[in-house]
Design a protein around this ligand. Sequence first.
Ligand code: 6R9
Length: 633
Amino acid sequence: MSGEHTPGRRDTVSPPASFVEQANVSPSNSVVDAESHAVWERAAELLTWETPPDQPLPDDDTVEWYADGTLNAAANCLDRHLETRKNRVAIRWEGADGDTRLYTYLDLHREVNEAAAALRELGVETGDVVTCYLPVIPELVVTMLACARIGALHNVVFAGFSADELATRLDRTESGYLVTCDGYYRRGSAVNQLTTADTARMSVDHDVEPVVVGRLDDDAVYLGEEHRRYETLLDAHRNETVEPVSRAATDPLFVIYTSGTTGEPSRVTHTTGGYLAHVAWTGHSVLDIKPDDTHWCAADVAWITGHSYMVYAPLALGATTLLYEGAPDQPEKDRMWQLVERHRVDTFYTASTAVRAFMKWGETHPESHNLSSLRLLGMVGEPIDPRTWNWHRNHVGGGDTPVVDTWWQTETGGILVSTLPGVDDMKPGSAGPALPGVDIAVIDEEGEPVAPGESGYLAVTSPWPGMSQSLAAEASGANADDWYYVTSDRAVIDEDGYVTFLGREDDTVTVGNTAFGPATLESAIIDVNGVAEAAVVEANERGGTALAYVCTKHGKSGDEQLRDRIEHHVSERLGPTARFGAIVFIPELPKTHSGKIMRRLLGAIADGDSYGDTSALRNPETVGEIETVTRDE
Ligand code: 6R9
């Protein structure tokens, strides 16, 4: 892994005093320099426990977070807020078709109780897995919390996944219940969801009981006899209450599959106490969510980011969560800013690749709206280059809003690496240090820490509350001093402990004799004026050269001049070995539902290989054009 040209010194930007003054965590907060134990104690204090845990971790080597604590996640997101904020808005929902709905905490509490009673009527018991195959509509959140209330595990499957994908997830989780809908709107047209759901249901070996939300049509006309209507089921339980089931902190809360951007999706199970404490704490300390805020995490609920920061963190903290079902450019490219303005969004969290798309569409869109309500901007999902970081801060954040670049994974449950916006200086392009209470190192192939400035793999070197059940089990079986979790992310750590991510190990591009993280090459390309997005992949069939896919600022095709400027700038920044076999201009990069660039697909197109599973792709319509222009290069 030697020889990589790593990013140089970064400019630092301090958080404005006006932000620090009001921040949930500011420099005077004792947690900032506290021992890990004290930080995770503080995290647990954000929750309401039936039995408060004695300490974060037991004295022996077992890794069981808040082991002797008991609680219910739905009661933490709903019941405990009723006394002081029953009439505050819990969910503001904007549908893809322009519909809007508001749920107060009282409304949400009522519907979750009814749904919990309905699930019980169907036979759902504590520990059963309920699969949800729904777009971003309030019923999805209701079903998740209803499951949590009765101690059932939800298994949310992205609404755009194929019948095969759904069947695999029903099968592997042995899930006997499926909550879906008749259909939904995507980019202005109605999608029939029920037929896909039924196809999946028929192809698994066990019985799956279907519950159907009428999303397109209240009467859901084409329901068969076997389908149970969500609305009818709830009607039969009007105003019923269901006691929240007491759960041990270590009991599972839900299952979720990793995104499968690079490989086979794998199943991850999160715990009730550790997970909820971790996401509530990071929502509070990193995203600075306050009970009176409208927090908008613009993502799909089906992604771990949606679970943690659209549902559990904002609701546990008693804030308003804005849910948006539609596409960011429908009907127009200013849709996001229209929503920020209309709902006076305080904290805005989104995929870094989405921000690059906003930059591509141009600053006139955000600038035509009043975005002064925004207090904090957060990004997640892929490395962010300094140019996009600055664009976001200037054109969306009004020039002085703190920006947090948050690193984490499905397996980690919540954020682990980020600046604390009220405490730390920001370095555009670098995610930041490990959060208080989190220990990390950048290590080499042998597991030895590398020197600052050298690249390696990011490892998390001690347990954290949001860790998945299997990571906790693995850590429990190991000697505490020996255990560490190696992520597949390549990174560089600087003298201040700030981490810059280079991209995933499987996406590494070797040019000449130098292995580059894709982020290093892409960031250099995006630096060039007129470029908005880029993805670099290795093309084995083209003599192992690297192919750069580039989107220009307004989606127009690039010319020879731009090609020359890119080549020139990249070799100037990264040295003469950083050369591309070809620079291919395309209107859009292929991205998954969680906003990740599907580099694996671009590599397959470049090599003429089979594409493998692409049902996680959000914009499959772009593939044909990418094939054509690649062939012509
Ligand atoms: C939350 C989420 C995890 C992978 C992770 C890394 C990439 C996430 C990042 C980032 C650089 C950031 N990633 N945040 N890379 N900077 N701020 O995305 O979970 O879907 O499991 O993906 O995403 O490669 O390993 P998940």
